[in-house]
Design a protein around this ligand. Structure first.
Ligand code: 13P
Length: 255
């Protein structure tokens, strides 16, 4: 049984004061929802403060990126060693990192290895660009991202995959539930070839891209989809709580 998971990726939003306020606004309700893992991923500078606020709650914390080296002359970077005492999860290979900051599959793979060996749980993001989608190249693109991103890595139940088609991110144009489920099913076959079927069946795969409280049920009612990586809608307390509680209600029902 895969435990559903909803993660909020705040991206480059919220000052420390705004992050504090956002957590205050959602903490009590979010904490009470059972049956779904809930993760908040604020900017680096708010990790410590948000971590303090979440202490004693069932909500987990994640970071949005990291360098693969433990330390050194990498001005402005944050290392896995700095994160392990602060958070449990780490988003890696987000398309905004790949396309705005030139992260290659090779870099992403080094980051996944570094995360696992430091005890951080990676949320590895994959997804195709609009032109790749239109050219029918989605499977080719995501299989390369999965195979390269996880190459040389022993299977680990802590790895989470997020399928985020780039054309759906921040556009208000979400994928269809069926379309997302089909690609996620394909990703599971890639994981089965890389490791084995049982491991692939056990790993959680999320959908991300314009998820809101109005469309979350379309995704989580698909048995293949284990939850969502939420951007914009995770910055509104009520909206995020609603996404998580609808997920809990749907995934609680026997299939
Ligand atoms: P939006 O939910 O704002 O489309 O962002 C999705 C995303 O990139 C989450 O990582």
């Amino acid at each position: 049984m895969r435990i559903p998971l909803i993660a909020g990726n705040w991206k480059m939003n919220t000052t420390v004061a705004e992050a504090t306020e956002l957590v205050h606004d959602m903490l009590e309700k979010l904490d009470k929802i059972e049956g779904v893992d809930r993760i908040l991923c604020p900017p680096f500078i708010s990790l410590a403060v948000v971590g303090e606020l979440l202490k004693g709650s069932s909500i987990k914390l994640g970071a949005q990126n990291m360098h693969f080296e433990a330390k050194g002359a990498y001005t402005g970077e944050i290392s896995p060693l700095m994160l392990t005492s602060l958070c449990e999860f780490i988003i890696l290979g987000h398309s905004e990192r790949r396309w705005y900051f030139g992260e290659t599959d090779e870099i992403v793979s080094k980051k996944v290895k570094a995360a696992l060996s430091s005890g951080l749980k990676p949320i590895l993001c994959v997804g195709e660009r609009p032109e790749e989608n239109e050219a029918g190249r989605t499977e080719e693109v995501v299989s390369k991202q999965i195979n390269c991103g996880l190459s040389g890595i022993a299977s680990c139940p802590d790895i989470v995959i997020a399928y985020e088609p780039i054309w759906a991110i921040g556009t208000g144009r979400a994928a269809s539930g069926e379309g997302a489920a089909a690609t996620i099913k394909f990703i599971r076959t890639c994981l089965a070839s890389l490791w084995n079927k049982d491991i692939a069946q056990g790993l959680r795969i999320l959908y991300g891209g314009s998820v809101t409280s109005n469309n979350i049920t379309e995704f989580v009612s698909q048995p293949e989809i284990d939850g969502a990586l939420v951007g914009g809608a995770s910055l509104k307390a009520e909206e995020f709580v609603s996404i998580v509680s609808q997920t809990a209600a749907i995934k609680r029902q026997p299939v």
